[in-house]
Design a protein around this ligand. Structure first.
Ligand SMILES: Nc1nc(=O)c2c([nH]1)NC[C@@H]1CN(c3ccc(C(=O)N[C@@H](CCC(=O)O)C(=O)O)cc3)C=[N+]21
Length: 292
């Protein structure tokens, strides 16, 4: 039996509709939420994401301020810009597109962002709040997007074995923290596997919920999936199109095989990606609502 394909685009549209209503309410009260998106350098993939975020802001009535610094920008220049955006009253949220060029110390840049404007939930303070389950920080965009996908697809993690492949600060670690939270919509038993795990398949085969976030194209094969499991593919890997033209996007899961074994699976594109942007928009509006 073929798996149910989870429609991330449709679920993101629901979340965005709710965000649009919140923006309307703010605007009626004379407030316009503002998001600054900082891009250092000219990486083509980063440009695509940054433009997608600005476009979604426009659709939802959020003011967006795209700031591009050259690939050889210095730390001083980046920190100067962050300082300016921290002080700018029109800006509620600040995002610095990751990864920056090598001369930029990303950790220092994140630390310079006002935690009240840290809509990525990357700062030490907001990651700390997330870990202790405090609700007044922000939701990490991709992991929270995954939690919403599960909830809105009727998949309750409570009592299930969730296996996260990958331990990045952006996805793997916060994903594990959210899934294990003692809260409605979470409460899973969580295993995290990574590049230091011998025999990853031994764990993934026991997963009721499998989250792939390792950045290796089609790493998860059909024989690594428990029959009926929910498989969430966070990977976005660009591979040159053999026919020329636009790069092909593939996830961290071999979709054609997963669909034969899993109970539910997210596609790439059209799965987690649109949810990441939807949560970012929601966070920007939350930042504005709190500042009232
Ligand atoms: N500070 C920071 N915050 C981020 O949230 C952040 C980041 N840096 N760096 C890069 C990753 C990646 N990311 C994506 C967002 C949307 C899609 C998305 O919408 N993808 C579409 C396809 C888009 C396409 O065609 O390339 C989809 O999956 O359907 C993908 C990837 C946010 N990131």
């Amino acid at each position: 039996m073929a798996a149910k394909i989870i429609d991330g685009k449709a679920i993101a549209a629901e979340v965005n509709e709710e965000t649009r209503r919140r923006v309307e309410a703010l605007r009626a009260a004379g407030r316009i939420p503002g998001l600054a998106v900082v891009l250092v350098g000219d990486d083509p993939a980063s440009q695509v994401y940054v433009n997608a975020k600005a476009k979604k802001c426009a659709e939802l009535g959020i003011h967006s301020d795209k700031r591009v610094l050259p690939a050889d920008a210095t730390m001083e220049q980046v920190l100067e810009l962050i300082g300016e955006l921290n002080r700018d009253p029109r800006i509620d949220g600040i995002l610095v597109q990751s990864p920056p060029p090598p001369q930029i110390d990303e950790e220092k840049v994140i630390a310079a962002i006002d935690p009240a404007k840290d809509v990525d939930c990357f700062s030490e303070r907001n990651v700390g709040k997330l870990l202790i389950g405090k609700e007044d920080g922000f939701r990490p965009c991709t992991p929270w997007g995954v939690m919403l996908l599960l909830e809105k697809s009727g998949i309750d993690p409570a009592g299930k074995h969730a296996v996260v492949i990958g331990r990045s600060n952006i996805v793997g670690k916060p994903m594990a923290a959210l899934l294990m939270q003692k809260a409605k919509g979470a409460n899973a038993t969580v295993t995290v596997v990574h590049s230091g795990t011998p025999d990853i398949a031994r764990f993934t085969r026991d997963a009721d919920i499998l989250i792939a976030a390792i950045g290796k194209p089609e790493f998860v094969r059909g024989d690594m999936i428990k029959p009926g499991a929910a498989v969430i593919d966070v990977g976005i890997n660009r591979t040159p199109n053999p026919a020329g033209g636009r790069d092909k996007l593939v996830g961290d899961v071999k979709f054609d095989e997963a669909v034969e074994v899993a109970g539910a699976v997210t596609p790439v594109p059209g799965g987690v990606g649109p949810m990441t942007i939807a949560v970012l928009m929601s966070n920007a509006v939350t930042a504005c609502e709190r500042r009232k």
